[in-house]
Design a protein around this ligand. Structure first.
Ligand SMILES: NC(=O)c1ccc[n+]([C@@H]2O[C@H](COP(=O)([O-])OP(=O)(O)OC[C@H]3O[C@@H](n4cnc5c(N)ncnc54)[C@H](O)[C@@H]3O)[C@@H](O)[C@H]2O)c1
Ligand SMILES: O=C(O)C(=O)C[C@]1(C(=O)O)C=C[C@@H](O)C=C1
Length: 283
């Protein structure tokens, strides 16, 4: 690959750009973004080599679409019109069903690969881009069989170069699982932060008492509403299901507390400690 175009030079697009340039300095990475300040920052930080326009996409070997998931669903249709038959176009959005549905019947469907790198932070924009973000992380790929074989190979080579593991999943299963494992964590953190801010009026008290427990639990509440609102909108049905389950568990905990049933509370926590083994050890 010689020419890579990143649309959306924020945390995820910018980190991909840094890794790609580090892996092969002969590749030219071009940036497109509707926020000119982000493009300028990306240039200054050497995240991209040059700014570009949509018209130039006809020269692309690879286009990476890394913008909020609602905009991605409309932009992908424009991009597919502009690229050559030999261009690989992939998105990195946190939801997969809507984008896969939107392009399913498109004449250039075989140019597209739906991906979701399970890597990131709570920060946004090109200044948040991190070299090495994707090493040893999982990339979920959906409907790989709908992508031209030659372009699948190009994508897999790139993910291998970046040190990523691959997991194949259908878009509906992806959106259901990710609602539990990622989307619910963000809602939980946002509402934890809100509960504390609403009730603890003195910010000094919050600051002084925020040991690593509160800080690590509430970390995701720093995340971008611009990114998360469209994710919740696209994945509404699955997210509502996770919220029902979560609220049931919170209500159960409250009921047990109210009834002074600390044996049952102990046992709920003991069972949940199993998360240690799950997160430590599956290869
Ligand atoms: N942040 C994470 O942890 C994470 C992880 C995996 C996947 N994702 C997905 O990656 C995508 C990008 O997320 P991010 O964290 O890099 O966000 P970000 O806010 O850091 O970057 C998004 C960039 O896209 C630009 N942009 C927004 N709308 C645009 C449009 N219509 N046209 C051109 N540029 C536009 C913004 O100006 C910004 O520079 C999202 O789809 C998100 O769901 C995020
Ligand atoms: O670690 C974080 O800060 C993240 O928010 C990363 C995270 C996640 O929930 O794990 C966020 C959204 C994604 O789509 C993938 C990864």
């Amino acid at each position: 690959m010689k020419n890579i175009y990143i649309i959306g030079v924020g945390l995820i697009g910018g980190s991909l750009a840094l890794d790609i340039k580090k892996h092969d300095s002969s590749i030219k990475v071009f940036g497109i973004d509707h926020n000119d300040a982000h493009l300028e920052d990306a240039l200054q930080l050497n995240v991209i080599d040059a700014k570009a326009t949509y018209e130039e996409l006809k020269h692309a070997d690879l286009v990476i679409l890394s913008i909020p998931v609602d905009a991605a669903v409309t932009e992908i249709l424009k991009i597919l019109e502009l690229v050559s038959d030999d261009t690989l176009v992939m998105d990195v959005g946190s939801t997969k069903a809507e984008i896969c549905k939107a392009i399913d019947q498109h004449p250039k469907r075989r140019n597209f690969l739906a991906t979701h790198p399970i890597a990131g932070t709570e920060f946004s924009g090109p200044k948040a881009a991190i070299l090495g973000l994707y090493k040893n992380k999982t990339n979920i790929i959906c409907e790989v069989e709908k992508t031209a074989f030659k372009l699948q190979e190009r994508a897999l080579q790139l993910f291998t170069d970046l040190g990523m593991r691959i997991r194949y999943m259908n878009p509906e299963a992806h959106d259901k699982h990710i609602a539990y494992v990622s989307h619910l964590s963000h809602i939980s953190a946002f509402m934890l932060g809100k509960t504390v801010i609403d009730k603890e009026k003195n910010e000094r008290d919050i600051f002084d008492m925020a040991g690593s427990g509160f800080a690590s639990t509430v970390r995701l509440a720093k995340s971008s509403p611009e990114m998360w609102t469209p994710i919740f909108k696209q994945n509404k049905t699955n997210v509502l299901e996770t919220l029902d389950e979560y609220i049931n568990n919170l209500t159960k905990f409250r009921t047990l507390m109210h009834a002074d049933d600390f044996e049952a509370i102990y046992s709920e926590m003991k069972d949940t400690n199993h998360i240690k083994e799950i997160l430590n050890g599956i290869e």
